[in-house]
Design a protein around this ligand. Structure first.
Ligand code: 2HA
Ligand code: ZN
Length: 272
């Protein structure tokens, strides 16, 4: 059996949590990530018959029975993952009842998965319907995206449109736009259901005045979506603090030309 601490998926989780922490997005225990793993690959590192303990999830994830995820721990700090992955991360498998997680590795101090597991697993179920290759759901609190939440209408068309205007790459990176939820109590099944509903349509979902969710086939896609939104939000906040309304912008005609040049299927109804 290979050493799990050297597994590429553990290395990836260490690298991305450290990177996100250094961006300043994941203060204290902010943020959480879930990453669906291939059973055959995990079997190279762990005895899949050895369930350390079972943990109820409190919701039904029947569609994910038997699926294995590496998930950040509740109350755990992103900044600590690289130094102690076995305490701050866990590998869980959804049990045959669909409502229990079987712990296969990690949460070594007796801990458990993120409080946002409902939003994560429900989003996995929603994204897998749209894209069977989806593997990653990522939640974080990016600074400028949140600042923008305080000064911009929390409307998915208007928010997407403003961000598309901010830098040329935006409509190329997220032509499907950004879903927006109003402020809601986090850590609940309700916000999980609402997030998953948006995930049927969007790979990015803003939780009003809280943070953002990104989905992708791998960590790079989920992170790349979020960092592109964050860069555009940073430009918006910097530009607006000097001049509002802005003197120059990428126009709707520019965006249409871009979409044509890149052959994008995008939310045409998000343009004026
Ligand atoms: O896990 O980010 O939304 C901490 C959070 C809750
Ligand atoms: Zn959060």
């Amino acid at each position: 059996m290979k050493n799990i601490l050297n597994a590429p998926f553990v290395e990836e989780m260490k690298r991305i949590t450290a990177n996100m922490y250094r961006q300043g997005w994941d203060e204290r225990n902010g943020g959480n990530i879930s990453y669906m793993l291939e059973e055959e690959i995990v079997a190279e590192y762990l005895d899949l018959n050895n369930v350390i303990r079972t943990i109820p999830t409190g919701f039904d994830a029947t569609k994910l029975i038997g699926k294995i995820f590496i998930v950040t721990g509740t109350g755990k700090y992103f900044k600590n993952v690289e130094h102690d992955p076995e305490t701050n991360l866990g590998i869980i498998r959804i049990a045959k009842d669909g409502t229990t997680a079987e712990l296969l590795w990690g949460y070594a101090d007796g801990g458990k998965f993120t409080s946002e597991l409902p939003a994560h697993l429900m989003s996995h179920m929603a994204r897998l319907e749209v894209n069977p290759n989806n593997r990653v759901i990522m939640h974080t609190h990016p600074t400028y995206t949140l600042a923008m939440n305080h000064v911009h209408e929390l409307d998915e068309k208007k928010l997407t449109h403003t961000l598309w205007e901010m830098c040329t790459e935006c409509i190329v990176v997220f032509p499907d736009g950004i879903g927006v939820l109003p402020w809601m109590v986090c850590g609940t099944n309700e916000i999980g259901i609402a997030t998953a509903e948006k995930m049927k349509e969007f790979r990015l979902v803003v939780w009003g005045l809280h943070g953002i969710y990104g989905a992708g086939k791998d960590i790079d896609e989920a992170f790349g979506l979020i960092e592109t939104v964050e860069k555009a939000a940073q430009l918006y906040m910097l530009a607006c603090s000097v001049q509002n309304p802005r003197m120059n912008t990428i126009t709707d005609d520019n965006l249409r030309d871009l979409a044509k040049a890149f052959g994008l299927t995008y939310r045409t109804d998000f343009l004026d």
